[in-house]
Design a binder for this molecule. Structure first.
Ligand SMILES: N[C@@H](CCC(=O)N[C@@H](CS)C(=O)NCC(=O)O)C(=O)O
Length: 200
């Protein structure tokens, strides 16, 4: 049984979607976190080292996993039947790992820095600007329609929800490729099932 530490309408919401995609046995543990304005409080029961969400706990052996790409990989490896996480030996494994690592290493910092109006440190900081990053992603999805080609994967759960999250902000991507990608991904039945569990 997987326990998802979840705060509604945050980065943990997409793990409801992933768990539904995987058909995994799970329970939702609603938790509190600090809000950006400093209000609220972290939940001592949440095993995330900084009290953030998402985090998961696997009751099979007590394993705790935090950081979104790590959770995606752990879950898609553990529940392979749905076929949305290329396994070791699969020709798509390398691309899968790359897009998962790129999410935290490049994609989110790039989007968040633009959203927060912070200048992107260039060069050895390891990031690139949204303007430099997006052509690569658009080209990949144009050949797609998913990050791994014609195969939907756990990586798409992260990217499509982030594009959707920023759709009404200055970081919105005015691209028919991105709009079609988000629409296609969020039309999946598991996404609707997850929404029904958003509040626990
Ligand atoms: N890098 C983490 C980020 C997690 C994160 O920042 N989550 C936010 C909610 S969207 C949070 O828990 N904020 C509360 C806090 O910062 O204490 C991941 O991708 O899993």
């Amino acid at each position: 049984m997987i326990t998802l530490y979840h705060r509604p309408r945050t980065r943990s919401s997409r793990f409801l979607w992933l768990l539904e995609e995987l058909g995994a046995p799970y329970q939702v543990k609603l938790t509190t976190t600090l809000s950006p304005d400093g209000t609220g409080a972290r939940d001592a029961a949440n095993p995330h080292p900084h009290g953030k969400v998402p985090a998961i706990m696997d009751s099979d052996d007590g394993t705790v996993v935090f950081e979104s790409p790590a959770i995606v990989l752990y879950l898609t490896d553990k529940f392979p039947t749905a076929g949305i996480g290329p396994a070791i030996g699969d020709k798509d494994r390398g691309a899968y790992l790359s897009w998962l690592a790129y999410y935290t290493g490049v994609f989110e910092p790039s989007f968040m820095s633009k959203f927060m109006n912070v200048e992107v440190p260039v060069g050895s900081a390891g990031w690139v600007s949204v303007e430099k990053m997006m052509p690569t992603i658009i080209e990949t999805l144009s050949n797609g329609p998913y990050l791994l080609g014609d195969r939907f994967s756990g990586a798409d759960v992260l990217y499509s929800t982030t594009f959707a999250l920023f759709a009404n902000t200055p970081v919105k991507q005015e691209s028919p490729v991105i709009e079609a990608y988000v629409k296609r991904a969020l039309a999946r039945p598991a996404y609707a099932r997850a929404q029904a569990r958003e509040d626990g």
